[in-house]
Structures are given as C-alpha cells and as structure tokens.
Design a protein around this ligand. Structure first.
Ligand code: NAD
Length: 471
C-alpha cells in the first residue's frame, strides 16, 4: 500500500499538501502511507471553497440534495472493498467489521436523504401568517475520532448536506487514509467546495475550531478534547455538537439465560477491541449468577481469535494506536498492581510489533478502581457483582458519563423500570448498541451536547427562522 498516494479534497480538487506525515498500521507497526499535513494556508483554502459553495448548494431544491446523498451512497458502495481495507490497515479492526462500517455510512446516507425539514405554522389567520422554517447554518466542520474513521461520517456530512450546509471533514490524525480516499471517490460527484476532506497532525483540530470561517463544529471524540473544542468555539459563539466519551454500564438480572447473555455481552464489550463509544464498559452481574456468568464469559473469551484484521478468521484486531495501547496497558498494570484477580487476559507482551491485547476480564474489582471509573476504550472489562437493585442503579449512575446503558432480564417490565432510572442518552433492554438513522442519539452529563441522527440530529445542522406577514 506504500505506493498509494493520498490527497486532500479542497474545492473539488486534489491537494497533495506542502508537507506530509506517516500513517502506521497498528497490527505490525509498519508505514502504510503518508498523509498530507494540512497547512494553515490549505485550511484557509478549504474554508474559502466551502464558503463560496454554500449559497449555491443551499439554494438547490432539496430534491437535488436528496439525489446527491443517494449518488454518494452508490459511489461509496462501489468502493466498499478499497475503503474497508484502508480502515483495517490504519485502524486495525477485522475486515468484516470494516466492511460493515462502510455499509453503515451508505445506509445512513440513503435514510438521511428521505428526511424532511419541518415547517411550523405558528399563526395563520386574518391578522397575520407566521411560519418557522429551518435554514442551513453555513460551513460545518466534522471532526472525527479514529475508532470508526468512515462510519463516524454517517452522523455528519449526509444530514449536514441535506440541510443545505457545506462541509469540511477532518479525520483523526491517526486514521486519515480512508477519509482521503472517500474524498477522492466523491470529488467527481459532489459540486466543488460542498464536501472537502483535509488531514493533518495534532494541531489541525485546534486550527479548525478557532477558525472564523465555520458556522458549526460537529465533534466526536474524547470528553477532554470536547471541552477544548467548546472553549475554542466559544470565542466566536460558533455552535458545537459534542459526541464524547462513555462508560456504559450493563446490568444483568438473575433470571437471564446465562450462556446466551454472555455471548451478547462479550461482544457488547469487546467489539472493535472495546474501542466503541457505546461499548459496554462496566458489566454488573447479579450475585446469584455471578460465578456461573464469570466462568462462562472467561470460557468464551479464551476462544476468541485476536490478530491482524486482514487475516481470515480474526475476530479482534489490535488496539488502534500507541497512545491508546499505553492507556489500556496502564489500566491493566494498575489492576495487577492492586492485586485484582484476572479471569482472562492480562498484561500483553509490550515488545511485540503490533498493539495486541487479549480480551482481559477483571473479577469484581472495587467500585472506585480505575478500571471501573475511567473509560478504558480497549479490550479490558470489569465484571462487577451486585445483589440490590437500588445499589446497582446508584453505581451505574455513579460516573460523570451518560452515553449508553443496558438492562438484561427475562422480566421485561422489571428491566424497563430499572432502565428508566439510568442516566444515559440511550438505554436498551435486552439488547445494546442498536442505532437507527431515524432515532436520535446523544450523551447526557459529560458524554456530550446536542444530538445526532433522527430529526433532532438533522435540526442540529440548521437554525430556526421565523417569517411573518401582517395581513
Ligand atoms: P480525541 O478527542 O483524541 O480526538 C478526536 C478528534 O479531535 C481527532 O480528529 C483529533 O485529531 C481532534 N483533536 C485533537 N485535539 C484537538 C483540539 N485541541 N481541538 C480540536 N480537535 C482536536 O478522541 P479519539 O481518541 O480520536 O476518540 C476516542 C474518544 O472518542 C473516546 O472517548 C470515545 O468514547 C469517543 N467517541 C465518542 C463517540 C460518541 O458518539 N459519543 C463516538 C466515538 C468515539
């Protein structure tokens, strides 16, 4: 792959960039390719192109904008394999999951294309007609994390473009390649300047959020960076949507089918090697079934194949980058130093070339353990014991995060009653991580601000404008 060249898409054109930086494969530590390191001047060019394209794009009939989303979905579908292989190379996940991720984007594009922007008649009588409609904001910055480099776009440029905005996508510095390829695929279809893709090393995010040319920052990433984004955008009162970190609890009641629930919750926690905002990150199991559940889960974990995502049969890839690997290894080391018991896994061989960590399950650590209170964002899971519902609800709600949560029980009504007490943007009963293009999604507490998907997500890319005629 080293012979491939990757360019930014600015104003419909390929821009190689004055400088570049290396992108590394987390499965073997090797160079995949170089990515352009966007300069301030190139960022200005992208903003100028997006601003110039905005009035024309916003003025197009919405039917044309809908058709564009469908055409983009078709073009992406024709390139699933190329995009998925790049995602696996730079992010690490198994190829099948990378293909699913690309399909997630095309599904969202197709479904976003069907959405309507509401118009509300406030008053319509002999005195006046007053209507509130939704108008686009202008230029949207889409700042993406590295865990689902292509999939995260599903919440960003489709709905933003449908609403009439133009967009600049800035993928994570660690995973720019699939997005640069996406720009290359779409640049012949989308009018120049409407959808731009830039890449750069760490400083670029701050340049974007402090740039006066953006009308909305749609950010997905860590809570820590989310705060910096909001502070930076506040200087010009630029609106922000923040989809941030999580520490999702799952609560398992004693009446579940243990074997079936173990398999579902194993994948809820370890999919994409735990690097999912909505991964189950704390698993509370009722004391009556705790030992059986723990034994079954450890058994299941031992059978899971960890390796290079491009290898057939691999179920979990490496941790995606050096920084995250160090975080995960630090949490495992802390658990070991504190003397917690490991049901499976443990410290990896840190001299290996790839960032591989076997699924690691920690046996009932104390509630104030780092692995319980912090977002691990990796293949390490604390299994926690409870016997009282009030106690487990308090513990589940006992972090600053509020992204997702789930409750598992044969008694759906009882589970639903618990679900209503949990502080999270989405709470599932007997399933987890189910998202749909027409269902709003967002975090409570320190997990975010604003909404993605659904009508609420679409409206986040608009302003309300009231038009009044006196009769
Ligand atoms: P991160 O915060 O390190 O980076 C996210 C993006 O911000 C990247 O594009 C990065 O280059 C950019 N960035 C870095 N510093 C910046 C700055 N000062 N100003 C502006 N942008 C800056 O997050 P990450 O490590 O890429 O992603 C993992 C985190 O994202 C986890 O906490 C995870 O839970 C969260 N996440 C949340 C959701 C959600 O929908 N709520 C989805 C996926 C991931």
């Amino acid at each position: 792959m080293a012979d491939q060249s990757f360019t930014m898409t600015i104003g419909g054109k390929a821009v190689a960039g004055a400088a570049s930086y290396p992108v590394i494969n987390p499965a073997n530590g090797e160079l995949i390719a170089s990515a352009p390191d966007c300069s301030r001047d190139e960022l200005d060019q992208a903003v100028t192109a997006a601003r110039a394209a905005f009035p024309g794009w916003a003025a197009r009939p919405i039917a044309e904008r809908r058709a564009m989303l469908i055409a983009m979905a078709d073009a992406i579908e024709a390139n699933v394999e190329t995009l998925a292989r790049l995602v696996t190379a730079e992010q690490g996940k198994p190829l099948a999951l990378a293909r699913f991720e690309v399909g997630f984007l095309t599904l969202w594009l197709r479904e976003s294309a069907r959405m309507e922007l509401p118009e509300i008649v406030n008053q319509d009588d002999g005195e006046r007609r007053s209507v509130t409609r939704r108008i686009p904001l202008g230029v949207v910055a889409a700042i993406l994390p590295w865990n689902y480099p292509i999939g995260q776009n599903a919440f960003k440029f489709g709905p933003a473009m449908l609403a009439g905005n133009t967009v600049i996508v800035k993928p994570s510095a660690l995973t720019p390649l699939a997005n640069l390829k996406l720009g290359q695929i779409l640049r012949d279809i989308v009018p120049a300047g409407v959808l731009n893709f830039i890449s750069g090393s760490d400083g670029l995010g701050e340049w974007v959020t402090s740039h006066p040319g953006f009308d909305r920052i749609s950010f997905t990433g860590s809570t820590r960076t989310g705060r910096l984004v909001m502070a930076s955008a506040a200087k010009r009162l630029t609106g922000v949507t923040l989809e941030l970190g999580g520490n999702d609890p799952a609560i398992v009641m004693p009446d579940v089918d243990v074997k079936a629930t173990v398999e579902k919750l194993f994948w809820a926690a370890f999919v994409n090697s735990g690097q999912l905002c909505l991964a189950t990150k704390r698993l509370y199991v009722h004391a009556d079934i705790y030992d059986a559940f723990a034994a079954e889960m450890a058994d299941y974990a031992r059978g899971v194949v960890v390796g290079d995502g491009l290898t057939e049969g691999v179920q979990l890839g490496p941790v995606s980058n050096r920084q995250q690997y160090d975080t995960v290894v630090g949490l495992i080391r802390d658990a070991q130093d504190k003397g917690y018991r490991f049901l499976t896994g443990g410290l990896p061989d840190t001299s290996a070339a790839g960032f591989f960590v076997a699924p690691t399950i920690i046996d009932n650590p104390p509630e104030d353990a780092r692995i319980v209170q912090e977002e691990q964002f990796g293949p390490v899971l604390p299994l926690l014991k409870f016997s009282d519902v009030d106690d487990v609800v308090a513990r589940a709600n006992g972090t600053d995060f509020g992204l997702g949560a789930s409750v598992w029980s044969a008694d759906v009504d009882a589970a639903f009653a618990i679900a209503q007490r949990l502080q999270a943007g989405t709470v599932w009963v007997n399933e987890v991580q189910h998202l749909a293009p027409d269902v709003p999604f967002g975090g409570l507490k320190q997990s975010g601000l604003g909404t993605e998907s659904g009508l609420a997500g679409l409206l986040d890319y608009t302003d309300a404008q009231t038009l009044t005629v006196k009769r």
